[in-house]
Ligand binder design. Structure first.
Ligand code: 5GP
Ligand code: ZN
Length: 114
């Protein structure tokens, strides 16, 4: 828990969210300002700021986020149409919350640079 972290507050129910998925390692909830018909955020329960802090010990949870996000994409029926997993890091990528997270975006064609 990091005292000033928005996603830690969501994890500790100090800020409300709608649970999409939860297990011992991670929690998922809809983005408050969705950029696609399906836009879900996956966060590890352990606080760390970004991909720059992925240590060997954290490889498991980061892989877990990707697996679970793909599973939720299937459950939401956006797997065949396709979806995007995004992990922003620092300012040029537009990271605004410094608790590592994976965005699941889909449900309609996605524009973008990559
Ligand atoms: P970032 O830009 O850091 O990759 O993603 C942060 C995301 O958190 C943004 O897409 C933003 O809409 C979302 N967000 C910010 N505050 C809240 C909140 O209070 N609740 C939820 N559900 N999402 C939030
Ligand atoms: Zn945090």
């Amino acid at each position: 828990m990091s005292a000033d972290c928005l996603f830690c507050k969501i994890l500790h129910k100090e800020i409300p969210s709608t649970k999409v998925y939860e297990d011992e390692l991670c929690y998922a909830f809809p983005d408050i300002a969705p950029k696609a018909p399906v836009h879900i955020i996956f966060v590890p329960k352990e606080h760390f700021a970004s991909s720059l802090e992925i240590t060997e010990a954290r490889e498991k949870v980061v892989g877990h986020l990707a697996r679970v996000a793909a599973q939720v994409a299937k459950e939401k029926g956006i797997d065949e149409g396709g979806f995007r997993l995004v992990m922003n890091t620092n300012a040029h990528a537009g990271q605004t919350v410094f608790h590592l997270h994976l965005h699941l975006l889909g449900g309609s064609p996605l524009g973008g640079m990559v």
